[in-house]
Design a protein around this ligand. Sequence first.
Ligand code: GLN
Length: 299
Amino acid sequence: MDDCPAGVTTGDALRWAARNLALAGVASPRLDAELLLGHALGASRTDLQLRWTECLTPEAAHALTALIRRRAAREPLAYITGRRPFYDLDLYVAPGVLVPRPETEGLVEEVLAWAQKWRAAGRRPLRIADVGTGSGAIAVTLARHLPEATVAATDLSPAALAVAAENVARHGLGDRMRLVRADLLAGVGGPLDVIAANPPYVPSARLADLQPEIREHEPREALDGGADGLDVIRRLLPQAAERLAAPGLLVVEIDETHGEAVRRLARQAFPHADIAIRQDLAGLDRLLRVSLDNRSESE
Ligand code: GLN
């Protein structure tokens, strides 16, 4: 059945969009075309299937053309649609923040697993800090899953804090979350039970090798970790050591080439802690995990 004998159908538009994105070098042209067409039509991906032979209105065609032009210029999909799934949440995302990555979900899982034991032991509500929060992905997800915790989230960038504030509001977390414009943990008192961070960790010389979406559109200050990529973590570790309570947990996302170097830095800052490097789903070193038991140094 064809409802659109002369014009352009939803199916035609999707094929056109996917072809253009493929020519532009986009890694997943068909999926991105579906998501952008759905965005233009206000329809889910399943709705699109049902509307396959429907005629595209001139307004929808116009909107889709503009969206495809942006994506073909390798703007991240999440900036164009304004949203990104992260863990089990739908987050608001805009230029000026790093697009939340699936690897970072592993960091959230690590904290939630630790927090489960904390709760099982009947301890008081957790005091959590998320350093360099960006969109607020880590902080908001933790606050959503730990209904008694208080979460302080810092960032130096006002643009990032505005995006994070929107996510805090959308998830109704204003009473338990505090956004602080600060460098690392400056402005956040201690003691803290959990400190989480996804700091910039890409060695400066490697920025040029990143895909265009990241290199040309995502904020450099959220990626550039200095000459060896370790500038920020080097400054963060002693600040964290001053504030982390015992028992306490520090988790930091790291570059896959930094496992050994980060383990050494962490040992200097936390001589008596339990220190581990954890891998992501691709099997790459991705996380520093430092835990203090109640006999450890601070507190
Ligand atoms: N994993 C990110 C990337 O390459 C880097 C994130 C970061 O520096 N925190 O794209």
